[in-house]
Design a protein around this ligand. Sequence first.
Ligand code: P6P
Length: 336
Amino acid sequence: MRQRLDEFLAAQQDRGAISADLAMVLTQLACACARISKIVAMGGIADGLGSAGQQNVQQEEQKKLDLITNEVLLQTFADSPIVAGVASEEMETIEPSSAPAKAKADAYLLLFDPLDGSSNIDVNVSVGTIFSVLPSPAAGRVLLEADFLQPGVNQVAAGYAVYGPQSMLVLTVRTGVVGFTLNPDDGVWLQTHEAILIPHETREFAINMSNMRHWASPVRRYIEGCIAGKNGHRDKDFNMRWVASMVADVHRVLMRGGVFLYPWDARDPTRPGKLRLMYEANPMALLVEQAGGKATNGRHRILEIAPGALHERVAVVLGSTEEVDEISAHHERHVD
Ligand code: P6P
């Protein structure tokens, strides 16, 4: 009999790995993701496709489903006594809970990208919800945006729901990485993956090759080595994948290994990368490290980056340790 998510969370609570409040937050998150899975699956039937006709704080076109899914998560935690506030890719600033700030110090902060990869939604490619849970430092006082600016090592839980051929919830509470598959008949998340581990070696890289001429030389040299395969210094041939939906690409890395890169590029030299630190890179980096992989910005561990702003971007290199180390070596050899 497969374990349900609530049974997994109760077991983690019994072993002292998580608090009852954190178990409740993750249960509510999973319920919201099950609702989002149904909404996404309806696509054009419920008039959910297409543009919302407005931009988000990133100056990116918002899809209708970006707003719909953001609202599902907002409503879930709007008056939560245990989530002091939330932050979202789709909102300029934080949304404090309407419940009074807990006097005790065990409230949480929730950050999410409600529908990552939404540019794919209109062409029916897998998308997902990415979430990160931090401890709230605002016990008994008004919550501030600065309270969210914590390094990724502070995360007490992180994960994503990927809405693909199956809807899966992949989660860590810092005791390894586990996977649950949604039973669409009853909305129950059943454990289908225990102790997900990323192989240290891989032959598969994921990057948007159309940006090649814009990359810094360490990244270009690394990818040239992969493309050269057995004819070059790597002595093995590589395969390439790029879904252009981070949740789908990272899920593949967690399921079978690989290395995922979204590096800095010269299209906008002032931007360190395209992906956001707080609610894309940090949760994925915790999952990857908990699964035995590595996650850097090309040089430094993502989880140790001190955030300066809620929506700041970062270069991302994550996955099988051998490849992440190879990319770091290229950066060390290249003095900018
Ligand atoms: P590009 C989706 O828009 C996203 O934020 C990530 O999910 C994905 O990895 C990346 O952007 C794709 O970017 O430039 O290849 O379209």
